[in-house]
Design a protein. Structure first.
Length: 334
């Protein structure tokens, strides 16, 4: 499920036009020692937890303009140089001119209040449910996140340039995911799998499932709840826009699920346990793969610099076409 945003808030994975010259990294070291975490307090938010974890900057590489590894070199910052090369300077991701999309399930770089840990925050659950706006999480990535209006009406020539830039950015993201970011994506998937199978997380998840069942909801895994609710609210649509509406009854129903989710998460300490285990695994795997991760950062930055030099030529060869949300490649994409 993706939100189609006219204001280019975040795109996650894209197609491929520019091939990376560097070979894909070898598989990362993935051996971890299961931590003993007890019953730690839950974080104030999912994003607060991720912000303190060792793998977050790498998971954000290519997505965030403020990841601390490649400042100002995300796929979204390419919007400005691309539109400038097309003759329209001063355009940024927040102008909503170049189309982008955001996967709303969360990931290892940014997240919503729900996920494999359940739902954090009863107050937010009561107000928004699973329709919680992603702005704060995106702002934490340095992407923006305040704008969700429809894109402005543009002259045909500028609209064509924006469409081309959207495709170029999609292509660049896909190429880097298959090249310098491939090892990071694999490592992110390993972390996610390790956390889900950790005994402490498994036990807390089972307790959460039993709590939900006592309240009338038969749901096996907390990470599946939001997608089920979105399917119910939006009738199976794969992409939604900021103006997509739901009925009052459907909205109240999903809020009821979210509130129960939040209550059961608190009662079982699922979030506290989940993020404590994840933080341990991330630190272990980042330490074990530090050289490979540093190489991946260097290769990504080289690919970005190369892309900047190709923009004029790519604008001449890329066709203007309607925006097509790309399929998410991995947990790296969020």
């Amino acid at each position: 499920m993706r939100i189609r945003t006219g204001v280019g808030v975040l795109a996650c994975c894209c197609a491929a036009l520019t091939a990376c010259t560097a070979a894909a990294p070898a598989g990362p070291a993935n051996t971890v020692t299961t931590p003993s975490v007890g019953t730690p307090p839950p974080p104030t938010s999912g994003q607060a937890a991720l912000s303190s974890e060792a793998f977050t900057p790498y998971a954000a590489l290519g997505l965030s303009s403020d990841d601390g590894l490649a400042p100002g070199e995300s796929q979204y910052t390419l919007i400005g140089p691309c539109m400038s090369a097309a003759g329209y300077p001063g355009v940024t991701v927040n102008d909503g001119i170049v189309p982008t999309s955001i996967p709303i399930g969360g990931g290892l770089a940014f997240t919503q209040p729900w996920g494999g840990w359940g739902y954090l925050g009863t107050a937010d659950a009561q107000q928004y449910g699973f329709r919680f706006p992603p702005g704060a999480a995106l702002t934490a990535l340095g992407v923006g996140g305040g704008g969700f209006a429809q894109p402005p009406s543009l002259p045909a020539a500028e609209q064509a340039a924006a469409s081309k830039c959207g495709t170029i950015i999609q292509d660049f993201a896909n190429a880097t995911q298959k090249g310098p970011l491939a090892g990071i994506i694999t490592l992110g998937n390993d972390i996610t799998t390790d956390v889900q199978h950790a005994p402490a997380v498994t036990a807390a998840t089972q307790a959460w499932t039993a709590c939900m069942a006592r309240n009338g909801y038969s749901l096996g895994q907390p990470q599946n709840v939001w997608s089920k609710e979105f399917q119910s609210m939006y009738g199976g649509q794969h992409s939604i826009t900021p103006t997509t509406t739901v009925s009052s009854a459907a909205n109240q129903a999903q809020i009821a699920v979210a509130v129960t989710d939040a209550d059961c998460t608190a009662a079982t300490d699922l979030a506290g346990i989940y993020f404590a285990v994840q933080a341990s695994y991330e630190q272990q795997l980042v330490t074990a793969n530090q050289q490979a991760l540093s190489t991946a950062v260097s290769q990504y930055r080289a690919a970005y610099a190369s892309e900047l030099t190709k923009l004029p030529a790519l604008l001449g060869t890329t066709r203007a076409q309607p925006f097509r949300p790309a399929k998410s490649a991995s947990s790296h994409a969020g």
